[in-house]
Design a protein around this ligand. Structure first.
Ligand code: ZN
Ligand code: ZN
Length: 302
């Protein structure tokens, strides 16, 4: 089952050096979730051949322009393109008012259901589907800002189809076997569950740490995460500026990944002062070797 993230924007406040403000598209089991919607998100979707019509959920971390200024354009284009399906929008207090004001002043009537849920600075499940769920993570920035965590739900045991067929196991017993039951055939022979099933893959998870100061006290939310995206606006020589502006350095992002026991770290939200991103990558890799630059157009498997 697919679980991957495509990077649409990797820049902090201003677009520069062919980098764009923050946006990412997550495909989790063929449900498409857009995380943040910086100014050029629509163009980036076009560039990478992604149809905006596929997007079902939009998560906005906070109301700094580099994380939401593309939203009005994207929602308007969906309207012009005759969208009928609902868009589920999640974001901080005021995002709905901001959109309403814009649409009312421009006499735009959004014809598809646009359903808004306000996020709060706490851990809360905001999307709950059969096979995955999405939670907010409280992080610490100069204005209210949340991260997000997308987690697969544990899957039941996988039937070994050829054995099930050979033994002619009645259909009504299969659900129980998937839950761990053994099977006793009419002759009284016992087949252990381990003979009948395979163990499913472990659930995967993806956390998105939007703009935040270094926040080791939030490790509890991401223990054992498969892939962590963490902002890395600066290198360590700018750590004072990072603290002052509620941002993180590459080393701090890597320390978070290491403490969480992550498998992989993606770093992004690079300051416009860095044309060359190698110093940022090297700084993070010195602490957490499996670090990748979350740059435009790359898709990472979770
Ligand atoms: Zn930002
Ligand atoms: Zn910000």
């Amino acid at each position: 089952m697919k679980f991957e993230v495509t990077i649409l924007g990797s820049s902090s406040a201003t677009p520069i050096f062919n980098r764009h403000p923050t946006s990412q598209l997550v495909n989790v089991h063929d449900t498409f979730i857009l995380i943040d919607c910086g100014e050029s998100t629509q163009m980036q979707l076009l560039r990478y051949g992604i149809k905006p019509g596929k997007i079902e959920h939009i998560l906005i971390s906070h109301l700094h322009g580099d994380h939401y200024l593309g939203l009005i354009g994207l929602l308007s284009s969906m309207n012009l393109n005759g969208r009928k399906e609902s868009v589920f929008l999640y974001g901080p207090k005021g995002l709905d008012q901001l959109l309403e004001l814009n649409f009312s002043l421009s006499c735009t009537q959004i014809k598809y259901p646009l359903l808004f849920k306000e996020t709060k600075l706490e851990k809360e499940v905001i999307i709950d589907m059969d096979s995955f769920y999405v939670e907010t993570i409280p992080i610490s920035h100069s204005i209210t800002c949340t991260g997000f965590k997308i987690s697969e739900k544990p899957r039941s045991l996988k039937l070994k189809k050829h054995i099930v067929q050979d033994l002619n196991i009645p259909v009504e017993l299969l659900a129980g076997i998937k839950e761990g039951n053994d099977y006793i055939n009419p002759a009284g022979e016992i087949y252990k569950n381990t003979e009948l099933t395979d163990i499913p893959p472990l659930p995967r998870s993806y956390a998105f740490y939007s703009d935040t100061k270094y926040l080791p006290e939030s490790i509890c939310y991401i223990k054992g995460i498969s892939t962590l995206y963490h902002e890395s606006t600066f290198t360590n020589e700018m750590s004072e500026r990072a603290a002052l502006t509620y941002h993180s350095t590459a080393e701090q992002a890597a320390l978070m990944a290491r403490a969480a026991g992550a498998e992989k770290l993606l770093i992004g939200h690079f300051s416009a002062r860095y044309r060359d991103l190698n110093p940022i990558l090297e700084e993070a890799m010195a602490v957490f070797p499996n670090t990748k630059l979350a740059i435009e157009g790359l898709t990472f498997q979770i």
